[in-house]
Design a protein around this ligand. Sequence first.
Ligand SMILES: [Zn+2]
Ligand SMILES: [Zn+2]
Length: 166
Amino acid sequence: MPVCPNCNRQLKKRKSSDGIIDACPSCKGQAVGLGVLRRLNVAPGMITAIWQKVMELDVFGNRQCPHCGKTMSQISKSFDEKMMTLDICKRCQVFWFDPNELEALPIQEILPTSEDDELSEKARLALARLKISERSKQNSDLEEVTRIGSWVDIIFIMIRNFIRSS
Ligand SMILES: [Zn+2]
Ligand SMILES: [Zn+2]
């Protein structure tokens, strides 16, 4: 049974759709295999980059691998200007995450989604502005209204396609 490098307690297996994660019931640290980590929604290339750096470097930390008991490699990386030190066992291909470290990794799902929200928010605003100008011009200039009307249609189609493709 894998043991927590922080508190020596036996790690408990936690099943998720991405695979099994060994988590410490006491300190909430987590041992995550490379394969499982790649299936999580961590930003593309991030895990590969970390793994490559680990393979090149031979810097050891002070933690023992939960699986093989050997001292794990240590790597420092900054995510969103926050420095994070990761402990990794090359032999077992296991990453050890202290509480909240796994959650601090840039998540692929969150990043594009927030951008999408911002984009669609901008699109909604643009649409609202168009509608306002459309309404204000309704009485004075019919030709202009038709033009703006078709623009609104185009934007609608763009938003619809955008939502479908994402
Ligand atoms: Zn622990
Ligand atoms: Zn190991």
